[in-house]
Design a protein around this ligand. Structure first.
Ligand SMILES: CC(C)(COP(=O)(O)OP(=O)(O)OC[C@H]1O[C@@H](n2cnc3c(N)ncnc32)[C@H](O)[C@@H]1OP(=O)(O)O)[C@@H](O)C(=O)NCCC(=O)NCCS
Length: 294
């Protein structure tokens, strides 16, 4: 019988499995090998993909409300400071939402949910439609959609520029951080801890000694999750984005990845086009819902 613990949020005992309380099947077990296009939603269900991605960027504090995952990290990045309302919260959704509000308010953070949804026209079940409907009813603000894109981790035929030097590290150096979101010195002090909260490899690309691009890849089970793909404005459209994306994927494939996922704003036309060209297909989407002040 699974051990039980008292959950102070839902105020009852729940079963849990050692440190990981929500079981996740290894990515390899949920692949539908009969589907030639791994970008189809049959490759992996939305909940599994969301949970694996969450482990690649976990924030600094995690808690569980039943199967809902609550994350906080001093407000740095949406993923690290939002609840993932997947599965059974262990209490009715309206009460669960109230508890989320309490949890974030107690930390001085805006109550926020990362709410995944199937793409319009895709017949897959929507894993959080009840939550989305309640957010609508309660007037929670909706942020723009982000696409979760998926591809096989096998290298593609596309090559990037050949002359750039690639530097790998298991932690970001100052040059890497200075390119992250072009924020440089303005990154909050907590940023490094949030970015490095999960084991990952950091790629810096240099041209003539200057750092011109970065990327990060975290391997979770057999899924490689790519983040922080950025090229300095002056060097764009010369193949560096392609080089970085392929290099991150190849690195993860060497380490045993079978699938590669990434998240990109739906309205980031340049990045979406780049990823589509490299074989990524939209699996599902999500958007943040937050309790507005007014
Ligand atoms: C997205 C980004 C990484 C692309 O880097 P890049 O070095 O310009 O990419 P590439 O030169 O390899 O482009 C490959 C293809 O992507 C597409 N693409 C890239 N930028 C594009 C743009 N501005 N408009 C339209 N298509 C674009 C094109 O198909 C391009 O091929 P082409 O130049 O032969 O037409 C870069 O624009 C960037 O750093 N943007 C800001 C950060 C960001 O949004 N990162 C993605 C976060 S998920």
């Amino acid at each position: 019988m699974a051990p039980r613990r008292y959950d102070p949020i839902i105020r009852r005992h729940v079963e849990f499995k050692e440190t990981r309380r929500v079981p996740i099947r290894p990515a390899g077990d949920v692949l539908d090998k009969s589907k030639p296009d791994l970008g189809q939603s049959g490759a992996m269900d939305i909940v599994t993909l969301q949970r694996l991605c969450a482990r690649s960027w976990p924030g600094l504090e995690q808690d569980w409300l039943g199967e809902w995952e609550l994350r906080a990290a001093d407000g740095f990045t949406g993923r690290a400071n939002s609840a993932l309302p997947l599965g059974d919260a262990g209490l009715p959704v309206p009460e669960a939402l109230d508890r989320v509000v309490e949890w974030y308010t107690a930390r001085g953070l805006t109550p926020r949910l990362q709410v995944p949804a199937a793409r319009p026209g895709v017949s897959d079940g929507d894993p959080a439609s009840g939550v989305a409907a309640l957010c609508d009813a309660r007037g929670w603000a909706a942020e723009p959609w982000t696409l979760v894109m998926l591809r096989s981790a096998a290298p593609s035929a596309t090559a990037g520029v050949q002359t750039a030097a690639l530097r790998w590290s298991d932690e970001p150096d100052d040059a890497w951080l200075s390119l992250y979101h072009r924020a440089g010195a303005q990154l909050p002090s907590v940023a490094r801890r949030v970015i490095t909260a999960a084991p990952a490899q950091y790629l810096s690309v240099r041209l003539d000694g200057d750092a011109v691009g970065i990327g990060r890849v975290a391997l979770v089970e057999e899924l490689a999750v790519l983040t922080a793909i950025e090229v300095t404005a002056r060097e764009r459209r010369h193949g560096l984005g392609t080089l970085i994306t392929e290099a991150l994927t190849a690195r993860a494939a060497d380490d045993g990845a079978r699938l590669t996922a990434l998240q990109v704003f739906a309205d980031n036309a340049a990045a979406v086009r780049l990823y589509r060209r490299l074989g990524f297909r939209t699996h599902h989407q999500y958007r943040y819902r937050s309790l507005s002040d007014g």
